[in-house]
Design a protein around this ligand. Structure first.
Ligand SMILES: Nc1ncnc2c1ncn2[C@@H]1O[C@H](COP(=O)(O)OP(=O)(O)OP(=O)(O)O)[C@@H](O)[C@H]1O
Ligand SMILES: [Mg+2]
Length: 472
């Protein structure tokens, strides 16, 4: 009979240690080690598609959890089917973050603060999958089918026809969830959330490192075997990290974070890891009474034909392949020499300090005794250097009481020598802003040739002082 062995697993980094210590030697976290019992390698916890899912971990002989086929090393050119097939989830913004849809057999971990809207997003996605011809198992370990139905009624209103391929189950036992997967044979599985799910053959409580790791592993295997897309909800800790060991993030193919400003109703879906696509793309939603609305043009609040007030500057930032208009605002007020305040909201504070120094040195402004506040309208966060010049122009405008013409977009990175440097995707930004009604653009002098044919009047600027001359 196989021996069981107790090791200690770090909740934060997943490091495994033979004895308990107060501090994890790998990540330095205090009191993060938890007892972890290696299972007997032969216990079967469930079968999916005729394949037994064993009590996982490596067996005595080094065999893996579910012995699907005897694997053999294959030369790369002989590997077939490299093209990644994708299924649309029916929610365009979700597809965008996944890289164009969910890959069959892929496992996605979705994290987010309590009440941010994870269950709402997944229920809408489940409905979207069914409407595009999928078969969905929505397993909830936290809510009753009635609660889910209540939410569905709120989201769908009258429009609840044709959802007979959406199966709900309320289960906390992993074995029974696997059994449901076997029976329903879904193409898409949702588990909300992994924290409550447990395996009865382990004597650790639900939500412990041991349970999380095992249950997640089994579900991922089940998804691989049945070629169903799997989305698992994970909780986040107070610090905003996904709860459970980092190991959970290694087990899955995609890690998504659902974030947002609860007061404003904006929600952003980001990928922290994606084995099948870029992590640059973001999904934009707005939480309304009828659920999450996809907000493809989320920055509607910014009027590209607007501006025209001292202290405002329009610009455009790239989020993945998408161009979003933003409005930078600045205010200067008399402060005390030597202890003037500099505050940034939605912008990088260090970058702001640097831009103020450049403006003093190369724009010949005296700002040492000025309190300076700069922010991005609408609560967006921008860290891209391409908006440097817009921040600088907003501050200079606020200080001098001068403004840019209405509908003027400002694009350019500012260097320490007072030069305006090039930005990526200039054409795309100009096109998008032109489409939204912008008339004029200050662009980096080195990219003058690129902007001339795009329908927006381009003013090339080589230095910060050239840009300041554009203020009325
Ligand atoms: N009747 C309603 N009208 C408008 N918004 C609502 C309504 N009911 C719920 N909401 C929104 O939905 C949010 C809850 O969504 P949901 O249950 O999907 O969150 P969650 O991330 O799954 O939460 P948890 O972590 O508790 O599971 C609320 O915070 C609220 O913003
Ligand atoms: Mg929920």
């Amino acid at each position: 009979m196989a021996k069981t062995r107790t090791t200690y697993l770090c909740r934060d980094c997943g490091g495994v240690h033979p004895k308990w210590m107060g501090r994890c030697p790998d990540c330095g976290g205090w009191d993060t080690l938890e007892a972890f019992r290696e299972p007997e390698a032969t216990a079967t916890v469930g079968t999916v598609a005729g394949v037994a899912l064993r009590g996982e971990g490596m067996g005595e002989d080094g065999s893996s959890v579910a012995e699907l086929t005897l694997s053999q090393a294959t030369p790369l050119p002989d590997v077939v089917g490299l093209e990644v097939p994708r299924r649309s989830t029916g929610v365009a913004e979700f597809d965008r973050v996944l890289g164009g849809g969910i890959v069959p057999g892929a496992a996605v971990l979705l994290g987010g603060e309590p009440g941010i809207g994870k269950s709402t997003l997944l229920l809408q996605t489940a409905v979207g999958m069914v409407r595009t011809g999928g078969r969905v198992l929505y397993a909830s370990s936290e809510e009753s089918p009635q609660q889910i139905k209540l939410r569905a009624d709120r989201l769908l209103g009258e429009d609840s026809e044709g959802l007979d391929q959406l199966f709900l189950c309320t289960e906390t036992s992993l074995v029974r969830i696997l059994e449901q997967i076997r029976r329903v044979e879904p193409t898409f599985i949702v588990l909300d959330s992994i924290q409550m799910v447990h395996r009865t053959d382990l004597d650790a409580p639900a939500g412990s490192t041991t349970q999380l790791r095992r249950c997640c592993h089994d579900l991922v295997q089940a998804a691989k075997v049945t070629q169903a897309g799997l989305v698992v909800v994970g909780h986040v800790t107070k610090e905003g990290q996904l709860a459970g060991p980092k190991l959970l993030e290694h087990v899955v193919d995609v890690v998504l974070a659902f974030e947002g400003d609860r007061d404003r109703g904006h929600r952003v879906l980001r990928a922290a890891k994606n084995r099948f696509g870029s992590t640059q793309e973001i999904g934009l939603f707005e939480m309304t009474e009828h659920g999450l609305q996809e907000a493809d043009q989320a920055a509607e609040a910014v009027d590209a034909a607007g501006g025209g007030t001292p202290g405002l500057a329009l610009s455009a930032t790239m989020a993945g392949t998408r161009c979003l208009p933003i409005e930078v605002q600045a205010l200067t007020a008399t402060g005390f020499l030597g202890s003037a305040k500099r505050r940034a909201s939605g912008l990088d504070a260090n970058r702001l300090a640097m831009l103020i120094a450049v403006l003093e040195k190369h724009g010949e402004q005296r700002l040492a005794d000025q309190d300076i506040f700069a922010s991005v309208a609408g609560g967006a966060r921008v860290v891209e250097p391409a908006v440097d010049l817009a921040i600088l122009m907003a501050i200079a405008g606020a200080h001098l009481g001068r403004r840019l013409d209405r509908g003027t977009v400002v694009l350019g990175e500012v260097g320490l020598a007072g030069e305006v440097r090039s930005v990526r995707h200039l054409e795309q930004r100009l096109r998008e802003m032109g489409r939204r009604g912008a008339k004029r653009a200050l662009i980096p002098g080195v990219q003058a040739a690129q902007g001339m044919t795009l329908g927006v009047e381009c003013v090339p600027v080589h230095r910060v002082s050239d840009a300041l001359a554009a203020l009325d």
